[in-house]
Ligand binder design. Sequence first.
Ligand code: COA
Length: 554
Amino acid sequence: MALQVLVPDVGDAAEVEIIEILVSVGDVIAKDDSLVVLESDKASMEIPTPEGGKVVSIAVKEGDIVDEGTLIIELEIATAVEPAMQSAANEKNTPKSVSDESQEVMAAQESDQVSPVQASSAPKEQIIAVPDVGGADEVLVTDVLVKVGDALEAEDSLVVLESDKASMEIPTPVAGEVLEILVEEGAEVKEGDALVRLMAADQTSDPSETASAQAAPAVSAATVEAVPLKPVSTPAAPQPVATLASSLETSALVHAGPAVRKQAREYGVDLGEVIPSGQKSRILKEDIQNFVKQRLSEPSSKSSADAVSGGIPPIPDVDFSRFGVIEMVQLSRIRKASAKNLHRSWVNVPHVTQFDEADITELEAFRKSQNIELAKTGNKITPLAFLVKACVNALIKYPQFNASIESSFDHMVYKKYYNIGVAVETPDGLVVPVIKDADKKGVIQVAQETAELAALAREKKLPMDAMQGGTFSISSLGGIGGTAFTPIVNAPEVAILGVSKSKMAPVYDGIEFQPRNILPLSLSYDHRAIDGAEAARFTAHIAQVLSDLKRLIL
Ligand code: COA
């Protein structure tokens, strides 16, 4: 029987244009497949079909201006549907009156949820809140697409929200710089919840205008996917410096409808890795299927030189269950992201590791005496804080270690700031928060900040900007044990210091053996940027400073 699909309520937009038709006559489509893309002056929306079936006729063409109730397509549906069901299906596409909703969003903005932030903000600062998301009470934040410091154009997407029926990219109504991200991925939010604090580029903008602009993308979450005005692509995001978890950011900006996103989740496919074949780089279900097929076929074609990635043969998947009981556990996003970054560094950077030892007998005596005094304040210093300061001292003397190589190999980039990343072990994997401007901080402050950042990392509360901007990293396994190890350079940095557990050892002073506290150091470096002799001098310098802390004030 035939089903007519009509344009749903599209909010307060006076007119909307058909900018894309996504089906052809004769296509057999499934429930929730997108039919057309509409665009108002505020948002674009994909209109999905409420039922599966065969497209009998298309009543619109690209460029048509339409409004609520305009016939889009006629479908022949497989099972008989009562006339009453047809209208219900189309009613499902009709969200609440948007003029009412605009007021609701403004009201939400004035409510307690958001106003404290606004009250404490300068006039230019604006809070961008969740707009009306149709019938859905709570929606999931599946992706945060921006980070603190990003300069946004009006209509750039901020987050992707997902209800059980639709995913929506929420654009910023104003241009500006991101000051604070107020939600995190995985959070459940509702209309009026604050998403992002912006420093608006336009100083004259009226906050009330902003509030109603936020309501503009309101569409029925039950049936419509809102996407930003600009076609969404998957840009090669510039690699943020010094964060193993930084590639978390790269996969979110894709163009895909709710049914496709659902399928990707079911198959565990990262949409950012799928090559889109739809119009305007839209990912289709077939693209996901092809992606999965391709991945599955990779191990079996391992012997073919053409099939290996970058000339490196993949490690074949083995059916371990043939040999005994196994358990499959999904890897966390942090572990996946850091695995990708570590692998990229490992295959791109020619690593060499320089080993050395520092005599920290006096340092330890001093540290312990300081800790007795600090105990009253609840703070404590570990050897790591001294290591951070010693590294900064060495980086100032040897600037080639506080640098990056331009990918074109034309330039070295010497950084005149000293931000030290510290690898922190968390239950979800490794993250690298950064002690910013470590040259300007004392040992106690560095110790406090490291402890705070490590605690935040373990509670999964580390903001993205706390993992960015690093210039050199330290990986300390000294609290655990070991005599030496070869850390992987956190590219695009060019060196990383690994620290193992110190121990008392007999050291010959020319007359007799003395018991000394010896700290093992392992400096891995990018041999393209640094020569072996330089690495030996740099590591020896760190050892000297640790052995004689007075050098820190030189
Ligand atoms: N030698 C001997 N003892 C050491 C030491 C060293 N090199 N470094 C730390 N210690 C001691 C500390 O003094 C502390 O002892 P105390 O409680 O008696 O004072 C104890 O070991 C535990 O220190 P820890 O809590 O680990 O603090 P930290 O400041 O040394 O390290 C982190 C903080 C966040 C770096 C650490 O907790 C961590 O996550 N390390 C793992 C990093 C990692 O996985 N790296 C591998 C990347 S490849």
